[in-house]
Write a protein that binds this ligand. Sequence first.
Ligand code: HEC
Ligand code: HEC
Length: 317
Amino acid sequence: MSDFVSGFWGYFISIVAVGGVVFCVTLLYSQRRWLGAKPAGGQAEDTGHVWDDDLTELNNPVPGWWTWMFLLACAVALGYLFLMPGLGTYQGLLGYSSADEVARQQARMAEAVRPIYARFETMTVPQIAADAGAREIGQRLFLNTCAQCHGSDAKGGPSFPNLADKDWLYGGSPDTIMQTITYGRVGVMPAWKAAIDPKTAGDIAQYVRSLSGLDADPERVLRGQRGYQTYCIACHGVDGKGNQVLGAPNLTDEVWLYGSSEASIVKTILDGRENHMPAHGDILTPVQIKLLTAWVWGLSNKPDAQAQPAPPAGPAD
Ligand code: HEC
Ligand code: HEC
């Protein structure tokens, strides 16, 4: 399939490909006299160029077999363009496609690894988390598909949550983690610019800071608390502990997605924040998602009773 929006490039490629072969044949045809010529009197004709006194250059026609090879090459080229995709959007008589080839290889690959994954299909997430081999596969999957955002140690970074601690935006049960990975998440903190002026936002930020025991000015905290109760409790709760249904973070702990400075909190309040965790249901198989869930879950939970050592890259809280 072509990804071009117009048919132009398809025609362009076809013209260049067929035109090239036509040009070669025409060139040969235009030289037919010379090619058919026999050396006069059995004597090789020379070009009249002389170097170093006695070095001359002969001008004999190429041998017949060479001409036939040339024509054969042109015929093969046309035959190829007829059978295989090479002329713009024409698929070729044999219907070959490199995309199908890749799909076949992937299917063979999936078939080959199926037995490796099969034994995890009936296991529960805590059981998988306790299995060293499964954790290794889970970690590799994580490094391939998740580490670019959450970091190779899963500890996240600004706007990317830490998955290795016990603090969860949406919840840390196996089912919730699996749901997050399969369907993705969108966290939306609305912008309050229209309703809250920067000074009030600063006071509310002071109150938010006081919730987690950070330095704050007591007077501004009191003013900010009123603002908080008006605008924020619907999502972050009266006590500031957040709401996992909405992905509204707990504001009373030391974990910050965007930073705990007054400036950063004021920016969050005035401009809002929108954060996407992409869905992986189409990219990964259900068993792969289960292994990933177990690996992530295992980072902050002690694996099953038949205890195994802590996960390899499992940074504890
Ligand atoms: C493109 C970047 C990106 C990739 C890739 C990505 N994530 Fe995320 N993930 C995020 C963001 C951003 C959030 C936070 C969403 C929010 O704030 O609502 C998140 C949230 C999560 C959460 C919820 C955390 C909580 O506190 O509730 C889990 C679990 C998670 N990701 C696991 C994974 C796993 C496993 C993978 C690999 C399959 C992955 N993520 C791949 C960006 C990404
Ligand atoms: C409609 C629900 C909703 C309301 C109302 C709301 N928030 Fe949020 N807030 C969220 C969500 C959801 C996030 C997480 C955004 C993300 O995933 O990136 C968030 C994030 C934040 C953060 C970032 C926390 C961090 O870890 O960096 C702060 C601070 C915050 N809100 C403060 C407030 C304050 C103060 C108010 C009141 C002015 C408020 N929020 C009102 C839903 C809400």
